[in-house]
Design a protein around this ligand. Structure first.
Ligand SMILES: Cc1cc2nc3c(=O)[nH]c(=O)nc-3n(C[C@H](O)[C@H](O)[C@H](O)COP(=O)(O)O)c2cc1C
Length: 343
């Protein structure tokens, strides 16, 4: 019996064609998280593959002079594309950093053989539409240990470690983050860059919208969300943050490939967390300044720290704080191989 969306037996004669799945993978990637919602990527779709480039127009020269968090953001987009390929019934084949002469070309994505669509793939795919950054305090409910272990496994499957901090380590983390934020706040160039990207109108296609930022500095305990220097419109809600857990994505390498993989791990962790009903808030100030990176290494014995995240059960579940994205035409172009051959 033919089945259009058979979730057990794999792609069928009526499965979407490769080109449709490739297009969908790239469109799905545009929903990925990125530092300050800069969306620092550019995709080129060819007939058989999609290429992911970093887009240096959206580089943050002050917070991210070495373009590490830019590359990490692109890695999250790459993982989103892989998730869509799996949900479309094809094995994603990724060649990372395929051309040393083209450092901006971060990955080539091809679709391999047709494979069964699993329930996990469909859940992660759906999560790409629901995932968002939630800066409100989380609830007092504890995050289950099995869930934290699942998130560690998802990061490990991407070749990246997720170090979950013990509750007694949190004070040290708060001090390290607070110090890094002080360093940034003391630098007018940092403040100007943050103010440029933070608190934008929700209709602006880039930047962190005021609708995703809290109205007031939160009164709850634990790590406050980043101060973008602009008041938001988001109510703090009923959470007291006491159930929050913090984790550090880290690894051994500090090369662009390592930061790309870190982004893939971030997406794997975040989409899984979304499926499981957890909220996620990245905390990057502490990896943006050398003194913060050094503190994370010294305090927690991690290798190269890529990103800190806050995990927790949302106090107001069900709300989606969606942020805008640039028009597709600004991030994606399609090139027919026939045309290329004619060039
Ligand atoms: C590498 C990286 C660093 C980030 N750093 C922070 C941060 O320090 N504070 C924060 O509130 N959000 C941070 N974010 C979240 C982004 O602001 C968010 O992904 C972006 O605005 C898009 O919104 P969305 O995640 O709701 O789709 C970070 C995201 C990434 C990928």
């Amino acid at each position: 019996m033919s089945n259009n969306r058979d979730t057990t037996s794999g792609a069928t004669a009526t499965s979407p064609p490769i080109s449709a799945v490739l297009n969908d993978a790239v469109i799905t990637a545009l929903r990925a998280p990125s530092i300050h919602n800069t969306q620092p990527w550019k995709w080129i779709i060819r007939s058989q593959e999609a290429e992911l480039y970093r887009d240096l127009r959206w580089h943050l020269p002050v917070a991210d002079p070495d373009r590490k968090l830019l590359t990490l953001s692109c890695g999250a987009a790459l993982h989103h594309a892989r998730v869509a390929a799996l949900a479309g019934g094809f094995q994603p084949l990724v060649h990372r950093m395929p051309d040393p002469d083209q450092p901006d070309l971060l990955a080539r994505l091809n679709l391999g053989k047709a494979i069964p669509v699993t329930r996990d793939a469909l859940q992660l795919y759906r999560a790409t539409l629901l995932r968002h950054t939630d800066r409100r305090p989380v609830s007092s409910d504890p995050v289950a240990a099995e869930l934290l272990q699942l998130l560690e496994e998802r990061a490990a499957a991407e070749g990246v470690a997720l170090h979950i901090l013990r509750p007694e380590d949190v004070t040290d983390l708060l001090v390290a983050v607070g110090h890094a934020e002080q360093v940034e706040a003391g630098d007018p160039a940092f403040r100007a860059e943050l103010a440029y990207w933070g608190g934008v109108s929700p209709r602006t296609p880039m930047g962190v919208p005021s609708s995703s930022l809290l109205q007031e500095r939160p009164r709850h305990r634990g790590l406050p969300p980043r101060d973008f220097g602009a008041a938001g419109t988001l109510m703090e809600g009923p959470g007291d943050n006491s159930g929050a857990r913090y984790a550090i994505l880290h690894g051994d390498g500090d090369q662009p490939l390592d930061w790309l993989r870190a982004g893939e791990a971030l997406s794997a962790v975040w989409l899984t967390a979304t499926v499981e009903g957890l909220s996620v808030m990245p905390v990057s100030a502490v990896v943006e300044v050398p003194v913060g990176q050094a503190a994370l290494r010294r305090l927690f014995g991690v290798g190269v720290p890529y990103l800190v995240i806050r995990l927790g059960l949302p106090a107001a579940p069900g709300t989606r704080l969606l942020t805008a994205r640039r028009p597709i035409s600004d991030s994606v172009s399609s090139v027919s191989d026939d045309l290329e051959a004619d060039d």
